[in-house]
Design a protein. Structure first.
Length: 214
């Protein structure tokens, strides 16, 4: 578990993480800031708090990703690569062969993802495609951050993926209501983790997702 005390500094610090990994996370953070001057990767209002709002916020999902049955992680609407570039950097020293797949329809953002994957030597595939038009996809984890509402993610998971084990995503202050609403149409198991970067948010891992038949 990532210690919430790390959120009190602008310098990237994660317990039990090597200096080399911390250096790469810092380089990634700087790459986002530099590129953000040309294309919109993150909101300009979050640039000064990039480590808290984006790097740490992404890193906390490692508790759901660093598992024996997870080898492939597919990031939807990847944008700047948050959270999966962060996860890729963290997982390099943990699991050989850990693979990332990105779906980002923006040409410029896809190129940025390719640059980051190459820069940090990540095993990654970047597709400049609309995820809604893809079919029969296979992965261990579907992950997304600020992409689409939960019901839409559920539809993508069941219609566009042939096989997956988990969905990992973020929920805001209305998360409990959203979960209650979707439970009328869907059956699923859920693990919930309180966000380390927001008092009103959480990170959830969904498994055994099935649509209820009316």
């Amino acid at each position: 578990m990532i210690d919430s005390k790390i959120i009190k500094t602008d310098k990237i610090y994660l317990p039990n993480v090597s200096r080399e990994t911390l250096k790469e996370l810092d380089e990634y953070s700087q790459s986002i800031l530099n590129t953000n001057k040309k294309i919109n990767l993150i909101s300009s209002s979050t640039e000064k708090s990039i480590n808290t709002r984006h790097i740490y916020d992404s890193a906390q999902t490692i508790d759901f990703i660093d598992k024996n049955d997870i080898q492939v992680c597919t990031d939807l609407g990847s944008g700047a690569g948050l959270p999966s570039i962060v996860l890729g950097i963290l997982m390099k020293s943990k699991k050989q062969g850990f693979k990332l797949i990105f779906y980002e329809k923006s040409y410029h953002k896809s190129n940025f993802l390719k640059e980051m994957a190459k820069k940090f030597k990540l095993e990654a595939e970047i597709y400049q495609k609309n995820i809604f038009e893809e079919k029969n996809l296979v992965t261990d984890v579907i992950i997304c951050r600020a992409f689409k509402p939960l019901p839409v993610i559920f539809e993508i998971a069941t219609k566009n993926f042939k096989n997956f084990k988990y969905i990992v995503m973020y929920l805001g202050k209305s998360g409990k209501k959203i979960l209650k609403d979707v439970s009328s149409k869907w059956k699923f198991d859920i693990e919930e983790m309180k966000s380390l970067t927001s008092d009103v948010s959480s990170v959830v891992r969904i498994s055994n997702l099935k649509k209820k038949y009316e």
